[in-house]
Structure formats: structure tokens, C-alpha cells
Design a protein around this ligand. Structure first.
Ligand SMILES: *[C@@H]1O[C@H](CO)[C@@H](O)[C@H](O)[C@H]1NC(C)=O
Ligand SMILES: *[C@@H]1O[C@H](CO)[C@@H](O)[C@H](O)[C@H]1NC(C)=O
Ligand SMILES: *[C@@H]1O[C@H](CO)[C@@H](O)[C@H](O)[C@H]1NC(C)=O
Ligand SMILES: *[C@@H]1O[C@H](CO)[C@@H](O)[C@H](O)[C@H]1NC(C)=O
Ligand SMILES: *[C@@H]1O[C@H](CO)[C@@H](O)[C@H](O)[C@H]1NC(C)=O
Length: 625
């Protein structure tokens, strides 16, 4: 960022006459996430090279939205021609998301594309890059869907352009034998899994199961029976790769899962975020690099021996900083395909061009992974569809550049939708809350771009009533409505009532936090001090508590609606977990206020001031007495 500004400043200085000329006719209002810049073109006789300068500078930072404003009143046709020229030049480098005249009252009179708030990404629109496989991730370690709900979801994602699903079972697979302690008590049965696979097949969706085989084995290693497999005895995160028993158990996991999926071509064996490596006595003697690669090689070889046709995918993060030499020596390219994952907007920041070069040397093909939810905060409940769309559009751009480096190209992209960050974390965005974001990103990935020409397709995939969106009004506005509540609030996709409930949660949360803040912090009669000393004025307490019934009622009724809305989508454990995590804390805080008010009001004579000194202050070294 600093670099960019510096370079911009330098260029601006060197070409100061040019830049001065830019000030005037054409205003490019650049909405960055962090800053706003505007360029204006004053002199209609400006040289043509200017547009390139602007374009190059804009190119440094993709996080921009361009709006073109022409001030017709100040300029003549000459200027218009010039604008056309510049627009034309810019359009060679950028996806111009739209343009129109902004009149004095800021109303758009032309087409509305630039009002959609679609992140500007440099895509080649002549021949859009469309990934061959487009896989939707189902993270079952949190909020697993009821089997019947897949029947509604699969046709919908198929419609949006998905070609397959990535099923990350974690503890939702009904493991048996030595793995008997592993499944959650609400895990799917084998029959249910068969049913899910049948529905997937019905809609021609390829199934890729995902099982962790190195790190993120919390769901196995947390149990007493499996302590001996841990790398660090006190932590269930990672497996010790140096014991024969470890590979045995991994193979057992793989065998059970593969047997339940007779027709698969790919198996994803995880291997991301192995945070604990080289810590036990055996592993301590080895380099991390060797430990990691040897385990992956062992596991991949064992799987290949048993299932020669199965292709194996691993997450790429552990490979990013390993040496090309070692990976080549281990012949990693013949064993696995990396799935290169970045969920943030700035993909090259995490996987730099030289890493791509390394991957292309080692692997014949690769996968990528974006996100449509569950990536921007562990406790969020609704995804920011704009940020996820930007992540996906940027992936399209990068895939279009990088695909040809691999001998067999990039196989496809997985759109991940995390439901918890790891086995021990709380739930993040639930699947139905993320469906509009999925629709947006999946539509983009399946078409190679996103603009208003996809309006009908997009709205139809979400069962949105067309008629409710006025003709000249944008059908989405990601700048002002990044959660899509406003624009898609009337759509009838499966789970849409739960999507709408998230908006109610949002407003209720605001209402409750405002109330709690008012009572406990802003007003001077029910603070912790008042309560600790039983010292307040009943009249004031009554005043503060007068809003309690309204706020309390909206929380309780939200909890009930949530449970009703989630029935049929999730089982009772998930419903209970979500309500306890998201709503119950408000119930407790509110009830405490009510209880405190009863206590404060039950006093009717008060001691003379000063009030007793709080004993506990001694601990702070304040007023030793
Ligand atoms: C949307 O993008 C496509 C593909 O580049 C293009 O053909 C089409 O004209 C664009 N539509 C609009 C309304 O901008
Ligand atoms: C693991 O098994 C191999 C082959 O069966 C054997 O050679 C090796 O000694 C064993 N290693 C350990 C640590 O038990
Ligand atoms: C889940 O809760 C609902 C509502 O309380 C109840 O009717 C239903 O029987 C419960 N389901 C199971 C499987 O316990
Ligand atoms: C409020 O008081 C009721 C009745 O005494 C009690 O059951 C409840 O636990 C209290 N709640 C809180 C949050 O203190
Ligand atoms: C506050 O006063 C009431 C009424 O005298 C009494 O029942 C209660 O225990 C007191 N609470 C505290 C925290 O001192």
C-alpha cells in the first residue's frame, strides 16, 4: 500500500503536467477500501498516453471501483470524444463495470451496472476464464445439514453452475472398529451417506470426500484412546508422523471413508495447518520439511497401493515455503495435486508468483480454493458477499494467468464454506445464511465474470420474484448492502427464512447492546457500583427498567423463531448450539438486569455516605487499610 502510494506520488511528480491535465472533465471516483482518490481531466486536448498512466496506476491496486462521471455542462463534444478514447483504453485493461451520467442529484440515468458495487477485477472479457470443475464445499464439522435438505440444495447449486461437492466429514462419518469413539453422536449413518451420494448423482454432481490425515485431527486425537498418536501429548491438533501406528490409523480412516464412496475419482486428504511438527522425541531429530513430505508421501503411497485410480488432493499451505528441490526429490508431483487456497482478496500476497512458479515445476496440475463464507471472522453469522465475490473474481483472474503454466492446467476451484474454524471453535455462518453469497460467487465462477447480464440467471437461481425489483433499480448493491438482505430479502431459495432471520438477529443484537450499554454504563443508577453497594434511587431504576419487557420479548421471540426456522435444516443439537451461542447470552444479561433491579428496589433505607471502601481494592495496591 505504502509502496503503491509512493510510486503513485513519484509518477505524479514526474508527469505533473500530465496529471494537472487529468484534473477536470473526467472524474474517476475511485472507491478503495482504505482510501478514495479522484482524477479529473481538465484539458480536452490531453495526450492519449494519459489513460495508460492512470490504468497502470490503478492496476497496482485492484481494490477499486470506478465510476465515470462526465460533466457535460463544462465540456464540449471534443471532451466527450476524449473520454470515449480513455474509456476505450481503460477497457483494454479493466473490466469496466458500467458507466452513466450522474446528474446533480446523483441519480443515474443510464444503465446501472456500476451501481451494483461489483469489485473491479482485471478480467479478460473477450474470452472469460471458466474453471472446468466448480466444487462447493460442505464443512460438516459444524452445523451438518439434515439429509433431506441436500435434496433442495443440490439442484440449486447445480443450477448456479456447480459441478461437484467437497464433503468434509470430520466427526460426521460413522467410523467403526478401532475408530468407534470418533463419530459424533449425531453423525450420519452409512444409509444417510448413501442417500446424499444418490442425490448428488441424480444432479450429476461429482463427490470428493475430504478427510484430514496429519493436522486438524482434533476430532480423533481428542479422545483418550488416541493420545498415543499425538505429536504433542497435551495437544490434539496434529498426528505424530514418525510412528507406524500413525499411518495405520490414517489408512483406517481413509479406508472406511473410501469404502463408503465407491465411485470417486478424487480424495482430499487435508494436510493443512499442521502447527505441531518436530516436537516429539523421534520427530525432533528431523527437519520439518522432511517430516511433512515424508508423511504425505507415505500416506499417498499407501492410498495409491490400495486404490490405484484414486487421485489425491492436499491443501497447499504447508508447501508454500518448502524447497522445490526437496519436493522434486520426494516426487511429490506424482503423488498429489495441491489445492491452493486463499480466501482473502489479495491472493498474490499469500501465494506469490514465485510460489506459483515452483508449483508449476513440481505439479502437472493444481486446484484452487476460494471461499463464499466462513473466512472473515470466527464468530460472524452472515457473510460479506462483496468480499467473497472479490476473492472469487480475483481467483478467476489469477487462474486465467496461471493455468497455462501447469502441464494439465488447473483442474478446478472449490468454493469453501466453513462452518467452524476448527473442531473446538464455535459455529460461524450457517449454510443457509451463506446461500446468496454462494449464488453470487458461484455464478461468477461459472460464467467467468459477473455483471448485470447475469441478473436473470442469478435471481432465478435463488428463486427471487423478478417483479419486486423495479426496472431501473440495481438488483444488488454490494456497496450499501453487502449482506444482500435488502435486495434478496424476498427470495424463496431453500433456507431463505433463516437467511432473513439473520437480519432480525442483526437488529435485535443492536437493540439489546444499546439497551445493556444504556443501563449498565451510560446511565448512573444501575452501574456495577450501584449494584455492588445496593445503592440506587428506585425511581431511576424504574425508569431504566421500563424498556426491559420490550427488549426481552424481542430476544425470546427471536430464539423461538430461530428454532422454528432451523427445523428441517439442522438437527436439534445444532439448533441448540446456535441459539445458546448467539442468543442465550443476551437472555442472561437481560435477566441479570431485571434481577438487579428487584434487589435495588427492595431497599428502602440507605446508609449515610461515604459508602464502605471496597475490600478488593487492596489487591490493586490501592489504599492499604
Ligand atoms: C457483461 O459481461 C459480458 C462478458 O464480458 C459482456 O458480453 C456483456 O456485454 C456485459 N454486460 C453488461 C450489461 O455490461
Ligand atoms: C515401522 O515398520 C517398518 C516396516 O514394517 C519397520 O521396518 C520399522 O522399524 C517400524 N518402525 C517403527 C518406529 O516401529
Ligand atoms: C427436536 O425438537 C423438536 C421440538 O422441540 C421435537 O419435536 C423433536 O422431537 C426433536 N427431535 C429429536 C430428534 O429429538
Ligand atoms: C434471576 O433471578 C431468578 C430468580 O431468582 C434466577 O432463577 C435467575 O438465575 C437469575 N438470573 C440471573 C442471570 O441472575
Ligand atoms: C441489597 O438489599 C436487599 C434488601 O435489603 C438485600 O435483600 C440484599 O441482600 C442486598 N444485596 C446486596 C448485594 O447487598
Amino acid at each position: 500500500m505504502n509502496n503503491y502510494l509512493q510510486r503513485l506520488g513519484l509518477t505524479a511528480w514526474r508527469k505533473k503536467t500530465t496529471v494537472l491535465v487529468i484534473i477536470g472533465v473526467l472524474t474517476l471516483i475511485v472507491y478503495g477500501l482504505h482510501y478514495t482518490q479522484s482524477y479529473q481531466l481538465k484539458n480536452p486536448h490531453a495526450k492519449e498516453g494519459i489513460s495508460e498512466t492512470i490504468a497502470d496506476q490503478l492496476k497496482q491496486n485492484y481494490k477499486i471501483n470506478i465510476k465515470f462521471v462526465d460533466h457535460k455542462s463544462q465540456t464540449g463534444t471534443e471532451a466527450d470524444n476524449l473520454i470515449e478514447g480513455i474509456l476505450h483504453k481503460l477497457s483494454n485493461h479493466y473490466k469496466i463495470i458500467g458507466r452513466g451520467d450522474i446528474t446533480e442529484d446523483n441519480k443515474i440515468t443510464h444503465d446501472t451496472d456500476h451501481l451494483l458495487g461489483i469489485p473491479l477485477v482485471n478480467l479478460n472479457l473477450e474470452s472469460p476464464y471458466i474453471p472446468k470443475k466448480r466444487i462447493v464445499h460442505f464443512d460438516l464439522k459444524g452445523a451438518p445439514l439434515q439429509v433431506g435438505f441436500y435434496r433442495k440444495i443440490f439442484p440449486m447449486i447445480k443450477n448456479m453452475g456447480a459441478t461437484g461437492i467437497l464433503l468434509e466429514y470430520e466427526d460426521m462419518f460413522p467410523y467403526t472398529g478401532i475408530l468407534k469413539p470418533v463419530p459424533a453422536h449425531n453423525a450420519y449413518t452409512l444409509e444417510q451417506i448413501k442417500e446424499i451420494l444418490t442425490i448428488a448423482q441424480e444432479f450429476n454432481l461429482e463427490v470428493i470426500p475430504l478427510v484430514q490425515t496429519f493436522g486438524h485431527l482434533e476430532y480423533v486425537l481428542k479422545h483418550a484412546e488416541f493420545i498415543k498418536y499425538r505429536e504433542v501429548p497435551s495437544s490434539p491438533q496434529a498426528l505424530c508422523p514418525s510412528r507406524n501406528a500413525s499411518t495405520d490409523i490414517v489408512l483406517e480412516i481413509v479406508n472406511q471413508v473410501v469404502s463408503a464412496h465407491p465411485n470417486i475419482n478424487y480424495l482430499h486428504i487435508g494436510c493443512d495447518e499442521v502447527y505441531q511438527m518436530g516436537e516429539c522425541e523421534i520427530c525432533r531429530l528431523e527437519l520439518h520439511e522432511t517430516l511433512f513430505l515424508r508423511h504425505v508421501r507415505n500416506v499417498a503411497n499407501l492410498i495409491h497401493d490400495k486404490y490405484p485410480k484414486l487421485k489425491i488432493i492436499i491443501w497447499d499451505d504447508m508447501l508454500r515455503h518448502l524447497s522445490q528441490q526437496t519436493m522434486l526429490e520426494m516426487n511429490l508431483g506424482a503423488l498429489v495435486e495441491p489445492m491452493i487456497w486463499v480466501y482473502a482478496e489479495d491472493i498474490y500476497r499469500f501465494v506469490q508468483p514465485q510460489i506459483w512458479e515452483k508449483y508449476a515445476t513440481i505439479f502437472k496440475s493444481a486446484w484452487t480454493a476460494s471461499a463464499f463464507k466462513g473466512a472473515f471472522g470466527e464468530t460472524l453469522y452472515i457473510p460479506d458477499a462483496r468480499r467473497h465475490l472479490e476473492n472469487n473474481l480475483r481467483w478467476l483472474e489469477i487462474m486465467s494467468h496461471q493455468s497455462s503454466r501447469f502441464r494439465h492446467g488447473i483442474t478446478g476451484i472449490a468454493l469453501t464454506g466453513w462452518q467452524r474454524y476448527d473442531h473446538f471453535a464455535v459455529l460461524c455462518e450457517l449454510f443457509p445464511a451463506g446461500i446468496p453469497s454462494l449464488a453470487l460467487s458461484l455464478c461468477a465462477v461459472s460464467n467467468g465474470f459477473f455483471n448485470s447480464s447475469l441478473k436473470s440467471k442469478f435471481l432465478a437461481s435463488l428463486s427471487c420474484p423478478h417483479s419486486t425489483i423495479p426496472r431501473n433499480s440495481p438488483f444488488i448493491n454490494l456497496d450499501s448492502d453487502p449482506h444482500l438482505w435488502e435486495k434478496l430479502g424476498r427470495c424463496m431459495f431453500p433456507g431463505s427464512p433463516l437467511f432473513r432471520l439473520m437480519f432480525r438477529l442483526h437488529t435485535t443484537e443492536t437493540e439489546v447492546s444499546d439497551y445493556l450499554k444504556l443501563v449498565n454504563r451510560d446511565k448512573g443508577w444501575m452501574t456495577e457500583y450501584n449494584i455492588r453497594h445496593n445503592y440506587s434511587l428506585p425511581l431511576r431504576v424504574d425508569e431504566l427498567i421500563s424498556d426491559f419487557p420490550r427488549v426481552y420479548h424481542s430476544v425470546i421471540s427471536l430464539a423461538r423463531s430461530a428454532a422454528d426456522t432451523m427445523a428441517g435444516i439442522f438437527d436439534n443439537y445444532t439448533i441448540a448450539e446456535w441459539v445458546e451461542q448467539r442468543i442465550y447470552p443476551y437472555v442472561v444479561s437481560l435477566e441479570k438486569i431485571q434481577n438487579d433491579s428487584f434487589i435495588l428496589k427492595s431497599v428502602n433505607t440507605w446508609p449515610a455516605r461515604p459508602l464502605p471502601i471496597l475490600k478488593d481494592l487492596q489487591r490493586l495496591g490501592v489504599l492499604v487499610f
